[in-house]
Design a protein around this ligand. Structure first.
Ligand code: COA
Length: 251
C-alpha cells in the first residue's frame, strides 16, 4: 500500500507483518486490515513461508480500530468487509502465528492475540478492550474464546468491564505466552517463529488443528458479534462516545 501503514517482509521461512502507523498509535484502518489479510492469505498459500509474525511499534502494538472509520460508519458510511475478512482469515490460519507487543494493545490490538499461537509482551504493555465504554460489544470471537481461556470473571473484567490487564496479568490469564524485556522482544518473537518454521509443517498444522477444534463455532461467533457490533455502531450512545474521543483534546 502506498502509505506503508502495513509493512510485510520475509526472513527465511518467516513472514513479518508490521503495523506501521505509530503517529496514530497503530490504529487500524480498513486499508490496513485489507493489507494484513492479503499478506496472511499469501503466506498461507506460499510454500516458502512456514510461519507468520505480527508486530507493532515501540510503545504501541495497536490502539485498535481507527475511530474515524467507526465514526464514518456511524454517520451512514459503508462498513466494508475488511474487518470481517481479516478476522475470518486470522481465525483459520493453518500456519503458526507469533505476535509481539510493546505498550498499548487496545480493542482489536488485544483480541488479535486470542488467535495467535504464541505472544510475547514487554513488562509495560497494557491489554484493554473498552468495547462497552464505546457502547460496542466484544468482537473477534473474544466472547467465546475469552471465557474459555481465562474463565468468566477475568473475561468479564477484560471484555465487558474494560479493565486494563498488565503484561503479567495477561500472561496469568493465558492471553499471552511470555513477558520479555523490551530490548529482547523482537529477538524472542523471531527466535520462536524461526523455531516453529523449522518444524515439520504438516505435523505442526495438524497439531494446531487438534488444539483449535472450535474454529467453526468461533467463526459463527465472529458473525454474531459482528451483527451486534454494527447495530451498536449506529446507536446514539456509540456516536456520543466517538464524538467524545474526537473532542477530547479541545476540552
Ligand atoms: N483511532 C484513530 N486515531 C487514534 C486512535 C484510534 N483508535 N487511537 C489513537 N489515535 C490517534 C489520536 O487521535 C492522536 O492523533 P492526533 O495526534 O492526530 O490527535 C494520536 O493517535 C495519538 O493519540 P493520543 O490520544 O494523543 O495519545 P495518548 O498517549 O494520549 O493516548 C490512547 C493513547 C490509545 C490511550 C488514546 O489515543 C485512546 O484512547 N485511543 C482510542 C483507543 C480506542 O478506544 N480504540 C478502539 C477500541 S474498540
Amino acid at each position: 500500500m502506498s502509505d506503508n501503514h502495513i509493512l510485510v517482509e520475509c526472513y527465511g521461512l518467516v513472514q513479518i507483518i508490521r503495523l506501521n502507523r505509530p503517529e496514530k498509535k497503530n490504529a487500524i484502518t480498513r486499508a490496513m486490515y485489507q493489507a494484513m489479510t492479503d499478506a496472511l492469505k499469501n503466506g498461507e498459500c506460499e510454500d516458502a513461508i512456514h510461519a507468520h509474525v505480527i508486530l507493532g511499534s515501540e510503545g504501541a502494538f495497536s490502539a485498535g480500530n481507527d475511530m474515524q472509520d467507526f465514526m464514518a460508519f456511524a454517520m451512514g458510511g459503508a462498513m466494508g468487509t475488511e474487518v470481517f475478512d481479516f478476522l475470518m482469515c486470522l481465525s483459520t490460519l493453518k500456519k503458526p502465528i507469533v505476535s509481539g507487543v510493546d505498550g498499548l494493545a487496545i480493542g482489536i490490538g488485544t483480541t488479535i492475540h486470542l488467535h495467535c499461537d504464541m505472544t510475547f509482551a514487554t513488562p509495560l504493555s497494557t491489554f484493554k478492550t473498552p468495547f462497552v465504554d464505546l457502547a460496542l460489544v466484544p468482537e473477534a470471537g473474544s466472547s467465546l474464546l475469552g471465557p474459555a481461556m481465562m474463565g468468566h470473571q477475568r473475561a468479564y473484567a477484560m471484555f465487558a468491564a474494560g479493565e486494563g490487564f498488565s503484561a503479567d496479568e495477561a500472561r496469568e490469564a493465558g492471553l499471552i505466552w511470555k513477558v520479555v524485556d523490551q530490548a529482547e522482544l523482537e529477538v524472542s518473537v523471531m527466535t520462536c517463529a524461526r523455531s516453529l518454521a523449522a518444524k515439520p509443517p504438516i505435523a505442526l498444522a495438524l497439531a494446531k488443528q487438534l488444539l483449535r477444534p472450535e474454529i467453526a463455532a468461533v467463526q459463527t461467533r465472529i458473525e454474531e458479534e459482528g451483527e451486534l457490533f454494527k447495530q451498536q455502531l449506529l446507536s446514539d450512545e456509540a456516536k456520543q462516545a466517538f464524538m467524545a474521543f474526537m473532542a477530547r483534546k479541545a476540552s
